[in-house]
Design a binder for this molecule. Sequence first.
Ligand code: 13P
Length: 231
Amino acid sequence: MIIVLNNKCNLTKEEFLTYQQNLEKIEGSNQIILCPSNVFLGLFNSNRIDLGSQNVSKNEMGAYTGEVSAKQLKSLDVKYSLVGHSERRKYNGEKPSDIAKKIKKLLENNITPIYCVGETKEERESNTYKDTIITDIKESLIDLNEEDKNKVIIAYEPIWSIGTGLIPSNDEIEEVIFLIKEQLPNNKVLYGGSANNENIDVLKNIKCIDGFLLGGLSLSIENLNKFINKL
Ligand code: 13P
């Protein structure tokens, strides 16, 4: 299983260094990908864990104040990058056309994109969530050849589930995973949204899932350990 830790905008430098030391001690065969704040990417030091970024610029290096390019990430040994997270779409206005550019930049630099997609509560309730997800996938992965397309990891993150404690039933998650796999049969698919060390007893029975994308839980090593032990 792949476990992606999205620390979001959390931890100070001292807290990060302690966190990283404790993370290193986590045992087991699952692949762990840590996505810290950008400011800590250069402090990362691990043999056990892979490094991921939470975002990437859609542009090349150059006059883009505040941005971090895929080439710069690569120079820090970043192997994965989240792209299209709903928080970036909401607070930074990212559109599928931006996400498509970011995915291309990552692939050009041999960084694996972890592309996030999911529906709002309204889209779920009005039964339009399947259209939302399929349209977003088509627009975000547009123009990729088959080989590149297959490299993208998909993270299904229902927006209404992120940080709310609400999670879809296993049947609901499986329905979306199968929908994604119909479009992208060779891609790995993760689930993210309020997954924790208690609901993992249920979530671990989801069929055809390749791993989890964890937000809040990623910050507690103790609970993360419990989560991984139960997987
Ligand atoms: P939570 O696990 O805190 O719900 O966050 C999920 C998420 O957004 C991971 O990217």
